[in-house]
Ligand binder design. Structure first.
Ligand SMILES: *[C@@H]1O[C@H](CO)[C@@H](O)[C@H](O)[C@H]1NC(C)=O
Ligand SMILES: *[C@@H]1O[C@H](CO)[C@@H](O)[C@H](O)[C@H]1NC(C)=O
Ligand SMILES: *[C@@H]1O[C@H](CO)[C@@H](O)[C@H](O)[C@H]1NC(C)=O
Ligand SMILES: *[C@@H]1O[C@H](CO)[C@@H](O)[C@H](O)[C@H]1NC(C)=O
Ligand SMILES: *[C@@H]1O[C@H](CO)[C@@H](O)[C@H](O)[C@H]1NC(C)=O
Length: 752
């Protein structure tokens, strides 16, 4: 705040002068204060209550009562555009606390101690349901209540969802404000130039505006009419109200619609940390300590449930389901897999209104009425048909195409209110969506299996095991993993216990145990020659969903054993091992690929484990990384480097660029068995120059060393220690190294 002071002083000075010229009397100034106060009260009213998941009047709670601090960081993880959001969450749960600086949502416009320059445009990323809108609301509420950011005079809260609805209209910035914040109509237009205004644009991913930052017409006058997208571009670029602050939130996949040159700070909402997850449940069950403890200890028993609880919406799903199951004191097992949880959730929410579930009877197929099933299946069809297209928002036409009549009372006053919601918008055209993307994925899976098992088999004519195999193969080929969770649910739903919960929604699978055996075998033997090892891990998740714990247990056993190299690991075992090492609480000391007894493909599948290791070694030249440079890179490198990786002839390049995407733990890299060619060395230099690179010891072959020295000469890094201990440097290498050591920017202190 210290940096803000000069700005504020001059602002008040200018304000005073202008004020006198426009309004001769003191009472006019009071009038302005009144308008600003009124606006604050209006925003407070809008933001003080929230609905988790549901959006019904009456069921809203006070934001301040349930708000649990979220983990927000400055900067963002790489890869944001290429990975499925759940994958990103797994990564995030692993890498939080390690190298990002946390920041409170109320502080996002405040410069950190070592930063200079005003922060004008902030872009906040976060996966669906992670709490971006909650953060926006909390920020606004704290401002409106006079608690935070009081140097800002006006906060203008807009969502892209709302802006979509006027995208064909012509507005000036002034009339745009009036449309969404009628209280501001009393604010004289001239004031906007001198007041400190903060615009919040929530949900860029839902925007249907085309923001063209290159060819947009210039607008610098707040009364000049133009289309909404042009106004936005000019506001973000600073042509319109250059002193206004701007905060944009987005899901990661859409964040690149704002050029980074316009953005002063990027933050990422990471959801709940482990401690915040617990706090959420304790707050929610503040009067029932024992229940909170039981829920917390239950989710801790399942790694995948625990990871998912990083998303506040999933905590809400979990709380809803477990609260119900614990209240009714059912004797059955509590949900352990994601599919278990979602199956119960669907049932709880569908039957909640009828109070049937609460009576504590064993659920039976009769409990979902024919009408319930019909609606759920129509929703499933909507979910499925839009999943592949990546649509998360639906309009009335979309619903009608799936046979959903929006006036159908049961959709919105009965069964589905807490699964599917209508957004309350200002304008005539309502928008619909599932309360969370994962619910769309789940219902899509339910619908698919229904089609498969229903007698008339309109959609698919094949057996369950063949169908699942094809679906899994298809999902593995998708670069961004957008079908991963869907495929996990498909597998989970072929488990009999979940079919029973879904009561009649999915027909009987013929000779289930036999089929499940076939499905399990298919998963274990799935050929992934062209698939990246990151993506192959989803096969292991599918096994967990289908409740085949054999591979998991074998690897647990393996990790305890002393004679690891004697055991030959299958490919699926390697994926499981990679996953378990990657997610392990402990950072591994070493990953030496040469120490594992497995096939070439198996070694490949171990690669993801390196994210959680301090030391990596192995002969990376033996050809196996060449098997999949394209797939490997597409998930490990960021999108930008994809082209580069494709072109690379040297497997080390893939490895090093993979390292660049997550260098957090690595302190030692042994590449002495490998010869890096110049592309590889360039990647390596880029890695060494990353501020987050903690590498202390680097072992290289002689040839690579010469290349590296040459490259470092022109691009010195902050590395202080280079270990060339095992190298017998020949003339060429020494010469290059000397050149590097003489470079003025060389920071090397120790050379072995
Ligand atoms: C059902 O599965 C069992 C065990 O897998 C098998 O022995 C039996 O022949 C199967 N029955 C039919 C009708 O397919
Ligand atoms: C590894 O050692 C365990 C005992 O620690 C033994 O039971 C097992 O057979 C050994 N594995 C191999 C492959 O030799
Ligand atoms: C790898 O495993 C196989 C099967 O367990 C074993 O026969 C072989 O000796 C192992 N190789 C090494 C290098 O230990
Ligand atoms: C590494 O693997 C390559 C290809 O298999 C082989 O030519 C080379 O000798 C190996 N290097 C070492 C040090 O084992
Ligand atoms: C090197 O150190 C300086 C000062 O400590 C820092 O500003 C810079 O970001 C660092 N550069 C790299 C590539 O780590």
């Amino acid at each position: 705040m210290v940096q803000m002071a000069p700005y504020n002083l001059s602002f008040f000075f200018v304000f005073f002068l202008l004020d006198c010229s426009f309004f001769p009397s003191v009472s006019a100034n009071d009038g302005l204060q009144e308008v600003l106060e009124e606006h604050k009260i209006d925003l407070k009213r809008r933001c003080e209550r929230v609905a988790e998941g549901i959006d019904e009047k009456g069921s809203r709670t006070l934001l301040n009562r349930i708000y649990t601090e979220l983990y927000i960081t400055e900067g963002q993880s790489e890869e944001v555009n290429t990975q499925h959001e759940v994958k990103q969450l797994e990564r995030a749960s692993k890498i939080q606390n390690l190298h990002d600086s946390p920041i409170r949502c109320q502080d996002i416009f405040k410069a950190l101690a070592d930063q200079h320059g005003a922060i004008r445009v902030v872009l906040t990323n976060g996966v669906a349901g992670v709490g971006k809108t909650f953060s926006v609301q909390k920020f606004t509420l704290d401002w409106a209540e006079g608690l935070e950011n009081q140097d800002v005079s006006v906060v203008v809260l807009l969502s892209f969802r709302e802006l979509n609805l006027i995208r064909d209209q012509q507005h000036s910035l002034l009339t745009l404000l009036h449309v969404f914040h009628p209280t501001l109509q009393k604010l004289p237009a001239e004031k906007l130039d001198v007041l400190k205004i903060l615009f919040i644009f929530d949900g860029l991913d839902e925007s249907r505006l085309s923001l063209d930052f290159i060819n947009s017409q210039l607008v610098s006058d707040i009364t000049q009419k133009s289309s909404v997208n042009v106004l936005l571009v000019n506001l973000i670029k600073g042509n319109l109200l250059p002193s206004a602050l701007i905060w944009i939130t987005s899901r990661p996949a859409a964040a690149n619609r704002i050029p980074l040159s316009c953005v002063s700070r990027i933050t990422e909402v990471r959801g709940f940390t482990d401690a915040q997850k617990e706090e959420y449940f304790r707050r929610r069950f503040s009067n029932e300590e024992e229940k909170a403890s039981r829920i917390i200890s239950h989710i801790k028993t399942s790694r995948s449930l625990f990871i998912m609880c990083g998303i506040p919406v999933f905590c809400w799903i979990t709380a809803t389901v477990l609260e119900n199951l614990l209240t009714t004191e059912q004797t059955g097992e509590l949900p352990k897999t994601m599919t278990d949880m979602y199956s119960h959730f669907l049932l709880v929410q569908t039957l909640r209104k009828k109070n049937k579930y609460d009576e504590g009877h064993e659920t039976s197929p009769q409990e979902l009425t024919k009408a319930d099933r019909k609606i759920l299946l129509k929703l499933g069809r909507l979910a499925f048909e839009h999943l592949e297209k990546g649509n998360i928002l639906f309009y009335q036409d979309d619903l009608e195409l799936c046979g959903l009549d929006v006036t159908e009372a049961s959709v919105f006053s009965g069964v589905c209110t807490e699964i599917f919601k209508r957004e309350n918008v200002f304008f005539q055209k309502p928008v619909y969506c599932f309360v969370h993307l994962s619910i769309q994925e789940f219902l899509a899976a339910v619908y698919m299996l229904h089609c498969l098992t229903s007698k008339n088999r309109e959609c698919i004519k094949t057996s369950l095991d063949v169908f699942l195999k094809k679906a899994t193969e298809k999902s593995l080929c998708s670069r961004n993993g957008n079908l991963d969770l869907f495929v996990r649910f498909l597998h989970g739903l072929s488990v009999e216990s979940n079919q029973r919960i879904m009561g009649g929604l999915i027909g009987q699978m013929t000779n289930s145990s036999d089929t499940v055996q076939k499905v399990t075998n298919n998963l274990k033997e799935m050929n992934t020659d062209d698939i990246s090892p990151e993506r192959s891990i989803n096969i292991f998740h599918c096994l967990m969903e289908i409740k085949d714990l054999s591979v998991y247990q074998e690897i647990q056993q393996f990790l305890k054993s002393e004679n690891r190299s004697e055991k030959k690991l299958s490919e699926i075992q390697c994926s499981a091992l990679a996953y378990m090492l990657q997610m392990s609480e402990e950072v591994q000391d070493e990953l030496d690929l040469d120490k594992y007894n497995t096939t070439v493909e198996g070694r490949l599948r171990l690669i993801p484990a390196m994210r959680n290791c301090k030391k990596i070694s192995g002969n990376f030249s033996s050809g196996y990384l060449n098997l999949y440079p394209v797939c490997f890179c597409s998930n490990v490198c960021s999108l930008l480097r994809l082209e580069h990786c494709r072109l690379s002839e040297n497997s080390c390049t893939s490895l090093v660029s993979a390292l660049k995407s997550n260098p957090s733990h690595l302190t030692e890299l042994d590449l002495s068995c490998n010869d890096l060619k110049d592309t590889g060395v360039n990647e390596l230099c880029g890695f060494l120059q990353m501020p987050l690179c903690k590498l202390q010891t680097l072992k290289l072959s002689e040839l690579s060393c010469a290349f590296l020295a040459l490259a470092l000469k022109f691009n010195p890094s902050n590395m202080t220690e280079l270990d060339l201990g095992q190298n017998n440097l020949q003339d060429a290498g020494v010469k290059q190294l000397c050149g590097f050591l003489q470079a003025p920017l060389c920071k090397l202190q120790i050379l072995r």
